[in-house]
Design a binder for this molecule. Structure first.
Ligand code: ATP
Length: 446
C-alpha cells in the first residue's frame, strides 16, 4: 500500500514523544547522561549530528557561498573582556530572577506562570518569592594561572560580537565595500535561569549569525531584504504558513542595541516561539567598539569622501532551535489501516541525516551489497544493515527519516536490478543496480 494515498497522519502533539524518540534513535540526549545529565546541556548523537551539520551547510551555502557580498569567519569563543563591556552585555544582559524562600528554587520573574508548584510549604503550594533581582546571563571563566579579577573572561553570549571586533580586518582583507556582510556559525553560552522545552532553551547552543554593514540611508531597504531572505530560507526547510510567521517587536520589547526587530517564529507543540531574529542594530556596536578600543571603525566613502559609521542589519538564527523545529515538523505517526501504524520522520530529502540505506535481503548477499554501499558512500551519507526482517528494517529507516532504501535480493545477480523504496509514499520500484547512484543524485537535487 502507498502511504501517500491512504494513511491517516498525526503530527507531533506531545514533546515527550519526540524526546523519547530522539534518545532512543540517537538524535539528541542529555549531556553527561551517565551522571544524571547536566541541566541545559545536550549531546547530538549520530543522526542528530548529521541533521545539524546538513542544516549548517545549507545556511552557509545560502548566506555565505552564494553571496558575493557576504564573507564567512570562524572566531575564538573567548574574546577580550572589554568586548562585553563595549557591547553592553556586562551591564544589560540579564533576566529578572526570583527565589522561593521555602523550596529554594529559582525562577525567571517574567515566566512565573510556568513555574511548578512549591513542594516545601505546609498547607499551600504557593511559592514564597523574594523580590526580583537582576541576574547576568554571561558565563564566566578564568584565564591563566592568576586568580585575580583581571583574569576573568566570558564565554561569548552571542557569536556576533567577534564579528564587530574583526570588521575592519575582514573588510580590508576581503576588499569588500559597503554594503557587505560577515557571517559565522558557532557556539554561544548563556546561563539561562530555567533551561526548558528540550533543547529550545539551553545554556550552550549554536548560532548562525550574519551582520550586514550598510550606509545609514539604506538601512530600511536592507532590513526588508534580509527579512524576505530569511523567511525564504525557513520555507525551504519545509515549514508551511500554518507553522511559520514573523512578528515585529513592540517598542518596549527591543533589546538594548536594537532600533527595530522582527522575530521568525515556529509553532512548536508548546506554542509559537522565536527561532530567528532579524535586527536593525543601528551603529550601536561599531560605535561602542570604536569608543572602547580607541580604533576608528568608520568608513570613508571613496567617491563622496563622507566619513560615517555603518549601520548593521543582523540575522541571527539558533541552529539548535531550528533543528528542534525540523524534528517537530518531520515527526509523523501514520495509521496505515488494519491496525498497522508507523512513525516516520519526514525530513526534507536534502537535510535527512542518512540519505540512503543499503539493505540486502539476506547476509548471503553481503558481498554485492557492500560493493554498492562503497560506491554510494562517495556521494551520499549511507547506512548499511543486513540483519533481520526487511519490513522492520524499513520501519527503522522511517524513524531515522532516511528518504531511500535500496534492497538487493536473490534476483539481483540474475537481472541486475534492485528495489528502491521511497520513505514517504512507501512505493517500491525495481531499477537497474548501476543506475542507483545517478537516480539518487537526481532525487536529491530536486
Ligand atoms: P529568547 O527571547 O528566546 O531568550 P533572544 O531574543 O534572547 O531569545 P537572541 O539573542 O535574539 O535571542 O538570539 C538569536 C537566536 O539565538 C534566537 O532566535 C534563538 O534561536 C537562539 N537562542 C538564543 N538563546 C538561546 C538558548 N538559550 N538556547 C537555544 N537557542 C537560543
Amino acid at each position: 500500500m502507498s502511504s501517500d494515498q491512504s494513511a491517516t497522519r498525526r503530527r507531533l502533539e506531545r514533546m515527550d514523544d519526540l524526546v523519547s524518540l530522539c534518545a532512543r534513535r540517537g538524535f539528541i540526549f542529555p549531556s553527561s547522561e551517565i551522571y544524571g545529565g547536566i541541566n541545559g546541556f545536550w549531546d547530538y548523537g549520530p543522526l542528530g549530528a548529521e541533521l545539524k551539520q546538513n542544516l549548517k551547510n545549507l545556511w552557509w551555502q545560502r548566506v555565505v557561498r552564494e553571496r558575493p557580498d557576504v564573507e564567512g569567519i570562524d572566531s575564538a569563543i573567548i574574546a577580550h573582556p572589554r568586548t562585553w563591556e563595549a557591547s553592553g552585555h556586562v551591564e544589560h544582559f540579564s533576566d529578572p530572577m526570583v527565589d522561593c524562600r521555602a523550596c529554594k528554587k529559582r525562577f525567571r520573574a517574567d515566566q512565573l506562570e510556568d513555574a511548578p508548584p512549591c513542594s516545601a510549604r505546609e498547607g499551600t503550594s504557593e511559592h514564597d518569592f523574594t523580590e526580583p533581582r537582576s541576574f547576568n546571563l554571561m558565563l564566566q571563566t578564568r584565564i591563566g594561572a592568576s586568580e585575580d579579577a583581571a583574569s576573568t573572561a566570558y564565554l561569548r553570549a552571542e557569536t556576533c560580537q567577534p564579528i564587530f571586533n574583526d570588521f575592519k580586518r575582514v573588510r580590508e582583507a576581503a576588499r569588500q565595500k559597503i554594503p557587505f556582510g560577515i557571517a559565522q556559525i558557532g557556539k554561544a553560552f548563556r546561563n539561562e535561569i530555567n533551561p526548558r522545552n528540550f533543547t529550545f532553551r539551553s545554556r550552550e547552543f549554536e548560532q548562525a549569525e550574519m551582520e550586514f554593514f550598510v550606509h545609514p540611508s539604506e538601512r530600511e531597504q536592507w532590513f526588508a531584504h534580509w527579512q524576505a531572505e530569511r523567511l525564504a530560507f525557513h520555507r525551504e526547510l519545509g515549514f508551511d504558513d500554518e507553522h511559520l510567521r514573523t512578528r515585529p517587536h513592540a517598542e518596549d520589547e527591543l533589546a538594548h542595541y536594537a532600533r527595530a526587530a522582527v522575530d521568525v517564529e515556529y509553532l512548536f507543540p508548546f506554542g509559537w516561539q522565536e527561532i530567528e531574529g532579524v535586527h536593525d542594530r543601528g551603529d550601536w556596536d561599531l560605535s561602542r567598539h570604536g569608543e572602547y578600543s580607541g580604533k576608528d571603525l568608520g568608513i570613508t566613502d571613496p567617491d563622496t569622501k563622507e566619513h560615517y559609521v555603518p549601520m548593521v542589519i543582523e540575522t541571527s538564527v539558533g541552529v539548535d532551535r531550528t533543528v528542534l523545529a525540523l524534528l517537530c515538523d518531520a515527526y509523523t505517526e501514520e495509521d496505515l489501516g488494519d491496525g498497522d501504524t508507523r512513525l516516520v520522520m519526514r525530513f526534507p530529502v536534502a537535510l535527512a541525516p542518512v540519505q540512503v540505506a543499503v539493505l540486502p535481503l539476506s547476509k548471503k548477499l553481503a558481498e554485492p551489497a557492500h560493493v554498492l554501499e562503497r560506491e554510494l558512500r562517495r556521494r551520499f551519507n549511507v547506512f548499511y544493515d543486513d540483519a533481520g526482517n526487511i519490513g522492520r528494517r524499513y520501519r527503522r529507516q522511517d524513524e531515522a527519516g532516511t528518504p531511500f532504501c535500496v534492497t538487493l535480493d536473490f534476483d539481483t545477480a540474475e537481472d541486475g536490478k534492485v528495489t528502491l523504496r521511497d520513505r514517504d509514499s512507501m512505493r517500491q520500484e525495481r531499477i537497474a543496480l548501476e543506475g542507483v547512484s545517478a537516480r539518487l543524485a537526481e532525487r536529491l537535487a530536486a
